[in-house]
Design a protein around this ligand. Structure first.
Ligand code: BES
Ligand code: ZN
Ligand code: ZN
Length: 477
């Protein structure tokens, strides 16, 4: 990771290979003419140019909001890391939270997933100096703490991205269990790993059915972080489909590619508990991952099967590609036994959510309007995009089954993100209905076009939003 250091000197008097300056996008051209360095003008469209005489990189930003500066910092690093500069200096642009955004953008600008490339270039860039000058003349208090928070978030997001990007033949349920064990060891968490015998003992008939045709055994991962006097007990659950072929309701070839990312929810909850433990947030946090593949074979579960879930409800399978909700139904049942004050699941659950909200936004569902709003606000504050989707009784009817308690797919092709959420709601007990949130991260979890602080591959969606939600949750009362 990049080393970010504070300097007591001002911009001019700090020695560095390059200075980074954010300016309004509309002033870029002016700066360029002023610099009389026409030859070095490049990347006009990108809103960036390098003044080679004065060793300054100007980066044009829409405004000086935290969102614009986080993204600007990210772009600056993406540009600089390919050049021979070893270090970079930067002023202070606002309060601690704004600087935290900048730090995060800088740190994630270095992210690349190169584990499977035989040749990789190592960047010369190693250090960033935060100098005692900038738009904001006052040095924000606790800036060092903001840096630590950004470093923890960046490290957690990198961990999540690396796991999701790992190909499915390597990133199996056992791989996720080992990853969880290493996170537990590093942060002194309790780690419980349930194998297929455990799932059978727990009567997780829906989870087990999804796993049946896979050569990789399933795992239920349960990590616990318990501070001395926690303010609340929160359980987060993640869909950990290490591969989703669709099962017998096989996905078309084009749709199957990227389904290694169907473990994004599970990886996100591992990242969240890593960050929460390192930040020392005062909540008792449980992270649960339902890890399995969804494959085909002679022993595969089938459309027309009826499954018995841990909650005792029967499920008619009408499409084996709607497998995430089956795994989550049993994991959510297990999660409620922990008696949470708040229960949140993260899942790449439906293509319909991506159709409805676009690739950048997560869907927030549940029965408690206030809780949903709080999550949405926390997400936006953290720099992620999320919006609420409402349940209604008419959509509920679409998952009625003629032969079982509920069907795993809706009888209409419309409203798929919500009917999937309402399916999960069937497995939430009355007393937890108002404490539960379902976050569909199918859109932002995996990136095929660079956007914001994300490049091709896994984004780590859910991590920042959830950590911010927990920080706000502790502050609330
Ligand atoms: N993992 C997919 C959802 C998904 C699709 C995530 C695209 C990311 C990008 C999920 O298991 C699935 O296949 N859902 C089906 C549900 C349908 C059969 C009711 C879908 O969305 O098509
Ligand atoms: Zn599926
Ligand atoms: Zn899936």
């Amino acid at each position: 990771m990049l080393k970010i250091q504070f300097k007591k000197t001002d911009f001019k008097n700090t020695k560095a290979d390059l200075g980074l300056v954010f300016i309004p996008k509309k002033n870029l051209k002016e700066k360029w003419i002023e610099s009389k360095n026409f030859k070095d003008f490049g990347y006009e469209g990108e809103g960036i140019f390098l003044d080679q005489q004065n060793h300054i990189l100007y980066l044009g930003v829409e405004d000086f909001s935290v969102d614009a500066l986080r993204e600007g910092s990210f772009q600056a690093i993406c540009f600089v890391k390919k050049m021979p500069f070893k270090n970079l200096k930067l002023g202070i642009y606002g309060d601690g939270m704004l600087m935290q955004g900048i730090f995060l953008g800088l740190l994630l600008g270095m992210y690349e997933f190169n584990k499977y490339k035989s040749k990789t270039k190592i960047s010369a860039l190693k250090e960033i100096f935060i100098v005692n000058e900038g738009i904001s003349k006052d040095i924000p208090k606790d800036l060092a703490k903001n840096l630590i928070s950004a470093e923890i978030l960046a490290q957690s997001i990198v961990l999540v991205r690396d796991a999701i990007n790992t190909p499915p033949e390597d990133a199996t349920p056992l791989f996720l269990a080992k990853l969880a064990e290493s996170i537990a060891k590093e942060n002194k968490l309790t780690c419980k790993i349930g194998d297929e015998k455990f799932l059978a003992k727990e009567k997780m008939g829906a989870f087990l059915a999804v796993n049946r045709a896979s050569i990789h055994p399933p795992r239920l991962i349960h990590l616990t972080y318990k501070p001395k006097k926690p303010k609340a007990r929160i359980v987060i659950v993640g869909k950990g489909l290490t591969y989703d072929s669709g099962g017998l309701s096989l996905k078309p070839a084009d749709y199957m590619v990227t389904m290694k990312a169907d473990k994004s929810g599970g990886c996100a909850v591992l990242g969240v508990i890593n960050a929460v433990a390192k930040m020392g947030i005062n909540v008792e946090l449980h992270a649960i991952v339902g890890a399995t593949e969804n494959m085909i074979g002679g022993n595969a579960y089938k459309p027309d099967d009826v499954l018995l879930s841990r909650e005792g409800k029967t499920i008619e399978v009408r499409n084996t590609d709607a497998e995430g909700r089956l795994v989550l139904a049993d994991c959510l049942s297990y999660a409620q036994d922990i008696k949470p004050d708040c229960l949140i699941d993260f899942a790449t659950l439906t293509g319909a959510c991506v159709v409805g909200l676009g690739e950048y936004t997560s869907g927030v569902m549940g029965h408690n309007e206030e809780l949903k709003t709080r999550f949405e606000n926390a997400a936006l504050k953290s720099g992620e995009l999320a919006t609420r989707l409402s349940f209604n009784k008419h959509l509920r009817k679409l998952i009625d089954s003629k032969i079982a308690d509920v069907s795993n797919v809706a009888s209409s092709r419309y409203g798929g993100a919500i009917t999937a959420g309402m399916f999960l709601s069937e497995f939430i007990r009355e007393e937890y209905k108002d404490k539960w949130l379902h976050i569909d991260i199918a859109g932002p979890a995996y990136v095929e076009r660079d956007w914001d602080i994300n490049t091709y591959g896994a984004s780590g969606a859910g991590v920042r939003a959830c950590v911010q939600f927990l920080l706000d949750f502790v502050k609330k009362d």
